[in-house]
Ligand binder design. Sequence first.
Ligand code: AMP
Ligand code: SF4
Length: 446
Amino acid sequence: MCGVFGIFNKSEASNYVYLGLHALQHRGQEAAGIVSTDGERFFSYKGVGLVNEIFNKKGIISSLKGRIAIGHNRYSTFGDESESNIQPLQAHYDLGSIAIAHNGNIVNAIPIKQRLVRQGAIFNSNSDTEVIIHLIARSNRESFYDRLVDALKELKGAFSLIIMRENELYAARDPWGFRPLSIGKLDDALVFASETCSFDLIGAEFIRDVEPGEVVVVNSDGLHSFKPFERKDERKCVFEYIYFSRPDSLLWGRYVYSMRKQMGRILARESPADVDIVIPTPDSGVPAAIGYSQEIGKPFDFGLIRNHYVGRTFIEPAQSIRNFGVRLKLNPARDVLEGKRIVVVDDSLVRGTTSRRIVKMLRSAGAKEVHLRIASPPVVSPCFYGIDTPTRKELIASSHTVEEIRRYTTADSLSYLSLEGLKEIVGGSGFCLACFDGKYPVPFDK
Ligand code: AMP
Ligand code: SF4
């Protein structure tokens, strides 16, 4: 996933980046970093953990001086968890200094890296983002902009980037537009962020999205837009609407919350359940469960209470801890559930571990019937464009029928939102649906 944030022309810029990263914490909880510049020097601080854990000591933020700053929340999809992989990555080269924050995954990073290494390049990290820096540094074009375009033209896959130089900020989105990136305004400052929920926190006004294939430059002359890439069919990641983005974000012209609610409504129309109450898997299933409840006309209730002081289920890498994680996070509310016929709505089912635990939990708390409804289609293929999904083998729907998955989860019934239903909700063909249909829009070497 990953979250990126940048601000140009604001005093105490790093404070705003800190807040921005805090609002984007859901996009990556593994590590974070901020790099700022006063026009000459770069200042940087990075660490492992949550934003408020990393920047919790007095003086850290104020040491990140200057009116331009960028930041990154990391969720590892490529590269290991070592410190050298924490972004923004920085480098010094013949045109000065550069810092870069990247959300996405470059599918041809390995062959590019192999070529560069053969030519003598030395890599500091094993992050796919570092290839961009090398490509920029090695381009023989004169201007930074030309070098950047040269570099980006070589990349295949997903990138929403924010790049900082001593006196300017660049923002770019790959021609397919996989990951979001929006532009906001705060007084005389311009702001870039993965999601608009971070604009709300700092009081910035949303202006527009960086368009797929667009490179935006902000410097003392204002904002300039360029479209240097060959046009491609847009392939925005549909999973941003389903799970990754925060419900209060305005994503590609639509609020994530209403999209999720609509997914719940259409799911209810496709697969109603004769039940007493509708409960969500909190928090990610809440909007869809509300939509489902409104559509079937049965009450919405909280039958599972979430402990908010535990991270998301996927944070822990080991399966054994992940299993444990569900119990750490959710506890059934017995008085809501006892003797009731229940439908439980979740946003997605990936490995099936969460659903299986939840169904058992609901039954042990006295639920008479437990019907499982998933507000997205079965996940059959892994993602290669910046989302850390399990391997195909671990994706339960890649090798099991819905009835087999129902048996595994022990639910009384199980239904997913249909692919057609999902397509109708998001509208048009400008979306990547590869994890549901296996049709990868950008080919890659496995
Ligand atoms: P499971 O079926 O146990 O693998 O987990 C499914 C749950 O994980 C769903 O409730 C989603 O909210 C959440 N989820 C789905 N995709 C991802 C992902 N790529 N990273 C983290 N969590 C996810
Ligand atoms: Fe998004 Fe799935 Fe496509 Fe990955 S494969 S970009 S998660 S829709």
